[in-house]
Structure formats: C-alpha cells, structure tokens
Ligand binder design. Structure first.
Ligand SMILES: Cc1cc2nc3c(=O)[nH]c(=O)nc-3n(C[C@H](O)[C@H](O)[C@H](O)COP(=O)(O)O)c2cc1C
Length: 175
C-alpha cells in the first residue's frame, strides 16, 4: 500500500459511536462543512443543505428521535445532511447519491482532523416518520429531504483501519 496521509484517513475511517466529553472546535466544524460541499454531484446541481448543531438539548433530541442514533447525545456536533431536491432538473434521481458523497467526505475529513463519527441513516420510505422527527428538532422545512446525520466528536473508542481490497470483490478487466 502506498504511504499517503489521505489514503490513511480513508482507510482509518470506522464508525465511532462513543465520544469524549470534549467540544469540537469551530474551525474543525467549518472544515467538515467545506469538505462536505466539495463532494461531486450529478449535473453539478449540488442539492445539499447542512444543519449543524452543537446544542446539547438538540443533540439529545436527535438521539431520542433516532432508534439507532443514541450516541448523538454524547457527540460534539451533529451535521444533518439534507437535500433540496427540486434544485436538480430530475428531482428524484440523484440527491441521495450526492448527499452520500457529501456524508462520506465529512466522515473522512473527521478522521483527518483527529475526530471520529458515524453515519446515521434517515430512511425516508419507511413507516418510522424519522425524517419528520428530525425536521421538527431542527426546524427543517417540509420540502427539504433529510438524508442522514453525521454524529461527530472526539472518539472514546479505537477500531482497526481497513486494508487492501478483498480480491474476491475486485474483478480485473471484466467480471
Ligand atoms: C446508509 C447508512 C446508514 C447507517 N445507519 C446507521 C445507524 O443508524 N446507526 C449506526 O450506529 N450506524 C449506522 N451506519 C454505520 C454502519 O453500521 C457501519 O458503517 C458499518 O457497520 C461498517 O462499520 P464501519 O463504518 O466501522 O466500517 C450506517 C451506515 C450507512 C452507510
């Protein structure tokens, strides 16, 4: 494997679900948001919005709302990745992929900044009503899609990094 700081950050990204009680600095949050908006997007319509909160009450409310997101209460910051899908000329096709790319940039940038985090999915097809619950916590308008939540903080757990790709999943030349 080549020695490279960016590659190291990508391979070191793991889901970190336990956090120290230590705030995330403003400049680091700004860097996470800059990296989010540097993601590629189909047709370059860039449909995303990001709602960040460091407010303990809001972090607790998000934790209460999300069935698999209880760690949000301990996070230093939550960034809710949203989409204004009407910005795209084909509104229901690309926004989830665009927002997924933005989310991954946040998670990898977090590692590069000495932080850890986890992607919390917000399923908008299911019966959970989760998007509406998240909208309510943060005042997100009804026409805005909620794609997921990045719960970020100083990690209180360590997980091993990934390594080389599994050859069984890589098809060289053709399948
Ligand atoms: C779309 C999506 C939704 C996810 N939702 C949750 C979630 O609600 N709660 C959670 O703890 N982890 C969630 N995760 C994180 C996965 O559980 C995690 O990526 C997977 O177990 C692999 O572990 P790793 O991230 O350490 O490689 C989600 C990941 C993705 C991509």
């Amino acid at each position: 494997m080549v020695e490279n700081e960016t590659i190291k950050a990508i391979l070191a990204r793991r889901s970190i679900r336990r956090f120290e009680a230590k705030p995330v600095e403003r400049e680091k949050i700004d860097a996470l948001l800059a990296c989010a908006t540097a993601a590629p997007s189909a047709n370059n319509f860039r449909p995303w919005h990001f709602v960040e909160t460091t407010d303990p009450a809001a972090l607790r409310a998000l934790a209460d709302a999300h069935p698999y997101g209880k760690m949000t209460a301990e996070a230093g910051v939550a960034i809710v990745v949203c989409a204004e899908k009407e910005r795209d000329k084909v509104p229901d096709v690309w926004w989830e992929q665009d927002c997924g790319a933005a989310m991954e940039n946040i998670l990898v940038a977090a590692v590069a900044l000495g932080l850890g985090g986890v992607w919390l999915g917000v399923h908008h097809h299911g019966p959970s009503g989760l998007p509406e619950k998240v909208r309510k916590v943060l005042g997100i308008p009804a026409h805005i899609q909620v794609m997921g939540i990045a719960a970020i903080g100083y990690g209180a757990e360590v997980k091993p990094p990934y390594g080389a790709a599994d050859p069984a999943l890589v098809h060289k030349g053709r399948w």
